[in-house]
Design a protein around this ligand. Structure first.
Ligand SMILES: Nc1nc2c(c(=O)[nH]1)N[C@H]1C(S)=C(S)[C@@H](COP(=O)(O)O)O[C@H]1N2
Ligand SMILES: [Mo]
Length: 257
């Protein structure tokens, strides 16, 4: 009796195993097919209108992430700062788009576009007369390296005050472009007005080296290095997102830390 039972059990279980194997195989095929279908569906979606090389469904996810991050990390949070003595002396140079040799530093002036047809040209000397702020922080590049570095300049918010840009600062974005137009970034206004965001003309207490953005660069510690545009030519304000070099190449527009 007992023996019979066991035999039956064994038969049942081997039939069960066979059925389960078939079921598992069918499920595998369905899941694999579904995955492949989704992959090719996304791959064949047109890129978004702005040609960032990111397919629309993926861009939707990125934009959603942005919204979440913008809410969680309000632009009031401060980047960690370090004692000046911890700043490295050999500061890495990275990125040379818009940094061509044909730049005439002597004739440089910051082009401040206050409105259409209302542009102010501001000299480095004038910018250096404004209240100076220094910051030592861990500068982070999206390529995966970081360096504690020291920078000096005027807070963007102090610059706004000094040049009475109250109206302009009601806009949603600032746009920065190199003199040759080759490199450009857009910064949301809350991040531009953040107390650690500098129009920067010094590194380690000395004028910026040429390849680090002389005479004036942006330094925005709450974002990845791609946003800290070197060699500012033009500064403007807008409610539409200004074009952004790395956004066009698929990176997050805000690139916040
Ligand atoms: N004009 C200009 N600014 C730029 C870049 C660039 O290619 N051109 N590269 C960005 C990137 S990716 C980084 S990490 C930092 C590097 O600044 P550094 O050369 O002072 O280290 O500059 C940013 N600003
Ligand atoms: Mo970078």
């Amino acid at each position: 009796m007992e023996k019979n039972n066991r035999k039956q059990e064994e038969e049942v279980s081997s039939a069960k195993i066979r059925n389960r194997t078939i079921a598992a195989f069918v499920i595998f095929i369905l899941l694999f097919g579904g995955g492949a279908f989704t992959f090719f569906k996304i791959k064949n979606q047109p890129g978004e209108t702005q040609q960032t090389g990111v397919q629309d469904p993926l861009r939707k996810v990125l934009n959603e992430n942005e919204n979440v991050f913008n809410k969680v990390f309000s632009s009031n949070h401060l980047a960690k700062t370090y004692p000046k003595s911890e700043a490295v002396k050999n500061v890495r140079v990275n990125g040379d788009v818009g940094m061509g040799d044909d730049f005439d530093a002597k004739d440089w002036k910051l082009k401040l576009v206050k409105a259409d047809g209302d542009t102010l040209a501001i000299s480095l000397e004038d910018i250096q007369k404004l209240p100076k702020t220094e910051i030592t922080f861990d500068f982070k590049c999206i390529e995966g390296w970081s360096q504690v570095t020291n920078w000096g300049g005027v807070k963007f918010s102090d610059f706004v005050k000094a040049y009475h840009l109250d109206q302009q600062s009601q806009k949603k974005y600032i746009g920065l472009v190199t003199p040759d137009g080759e490199y450009y970034v857009g910064i949301d206004m809350p991040s531009a007005m953040h107390p650690q965001t500098l129009l920067c003309y010094q590194m380690n207490g000395k004028p910026l080296p040429m390849d680090q953005g002389y005479p004036l660069r942006l330094m925005i510690p709450t974002k990845y290095g791609i946003k800290s545009l070197k060699r500012i030519g033009t500064l403007s304000f807008s409610n539409e997102r200004p074009k952004d070099y790395w956004y066009e190449r698929g990176y997050d527009y805000y690139s916040g830390l």
